[in-house]
Write a protein that binds this ligand. Structure first.
Ligand code: F6P
Length: 321
């Protein structure tokens, strides 16, 4: 029987993490559990930075970006010694189960704790939408909207100056932010792992646009693939377009979560607590959403699952150009 549940956020922060922290705590309190927060992710866990909370803690955080219990990336947590120590600390606090909110890295930390006998549940939250066990992660919708707001603004100036804008978006190794924003913005091109750069066809398209007197272009580029400044030089040389680059960077991770992310946070969190209350977590489970239905998987199985980007998006973007 589970009495005490702790929650932490880990990895790159994502809008909606606070909404998830709120929902986890409130759902736990409704089920008459003692609720705890762990500050600073797995680092805070190793430092015993753990505090019991009540409903007051969750007031007015549903709309706030970032994570009020803060986040961290901790390489040392890959070591078994650190994992053992973390399990001991949870035991010392009398905590029976841990809910971790984050992406793949968070799941690996949780899986390691599960091996040390801790009952864990993972809730997917990352702007990258790169988690195999869910169609949508908390934070993706907000980041996508943020990108679109930025691209809308860049389009204004790109058009005034008749330029080509190369805009780099996040996503680590997943093209969802690039593909969905390119579709939503009617971009003239998208470059990501699922749709790699084909220089010749890109240059050809841009030259054709020039000939047809379309005087500005937006190309969305996923991070970690190429040097956009080098590409910009080539675009200028090969197409005659004056070209500028923009790296949107971490501003994509900030801001108040859109309703979709808050709702996802509430649904995932309520399900996570339900699994614990119903004693369905023997070791580790991951919550997700598949075809609009809230689901859960064994943590080891979830980690192996590959994220499937909405198929057909590159073709659709091209067809509508
Ligand atoms: O995982 C979220 C993310 O924003 C990725 O898109 C990006 O590659 C990474 O985090 C950047 O992490 P950091 O802020 O730690 O450099």
């Amino acid at each position: 029987m589970i009495h005490k549940i702790a929650v932490l956020t880990s990895g790159g922060d994502a809008p909606g993490m606070n909404a998830a922290v709120r929902a986890v705590i409130r759902a736990g309190l409704v089920a008459k559990k003692e609720m705890y927060v762990i500050y600073d992710g797995f680092r805070g866990l190793l430092e015993g930075n753990i505090k019991q909370v009540n409903k007051d803690f969750t007031q007015d955080i549903i709309n706030r970006g970032g994570t009020i219990i803060r986040s961290a990336r901790l390489k040392e947590f890959l070591e078994v010694e650190a994992q053992k120590k973390a399990a001991e600390i949870l035991k010392d606090f009398g905590i029976d189960a841990l809910v971790g909110i984050g992406g793949d890295g968070t799941y690996r930390g949780l899986a390691a704790l599960a091996k040390q006998g801790v009952r864990v549940v993972g809730i997917p939250a990352t702007i990258d939408n790169d988690v195999g066990s869910t169609d949508k992660t908390i934070g993706f919708a907000t980041a996508l909207n943020t990108i679109c707001e930025c691209v809308d603004k860049l389009k204004d100036t790109s058009s005034s100056h008749q330029r080509c804008s190369l805009i780099e978006v996040m996503g680590r190794h997943c093209g969802d932010l690039a593909l969905f924003s390119a579709l939503a913005e009617g971009a003239e091109g998208v470059i990501c792992v699922e749709h790699p750069l084909d220089e010749e066809s890109l240059f050809k398209r841009l030259r054709k646009m020039k000939d047809e007197k379309k005087d500005h272009a937006i190309i969305i580029v996923s991070e970690n693939l190429l040097d956009i400044n080098e590409l910009a030089k080539k675009v200028e040389k090969e197409t005659g377009f004056t070209t500028r680059t923009e790296v949107l960077g971490r501003l994509q991770r900030g801001g108040s979560p859109v309703a979709e992310d808050r709702i996802l946070a509430a649904r995932f969190s309520a399900h996570a607590i339900e699994l614990l209350v119903d004693n369905k977590v023997k070791s580790g489970r991951i919550v997700g959403m598949k075809h609009s239905v809230i689901v859960d998987y064994d943590i080891e199985e979830a980690i192996q699952m590959k994220h499937e980007t909405a198929s057909g998006l590159p073709e659709l973007i091209e067809m509508l150009q």
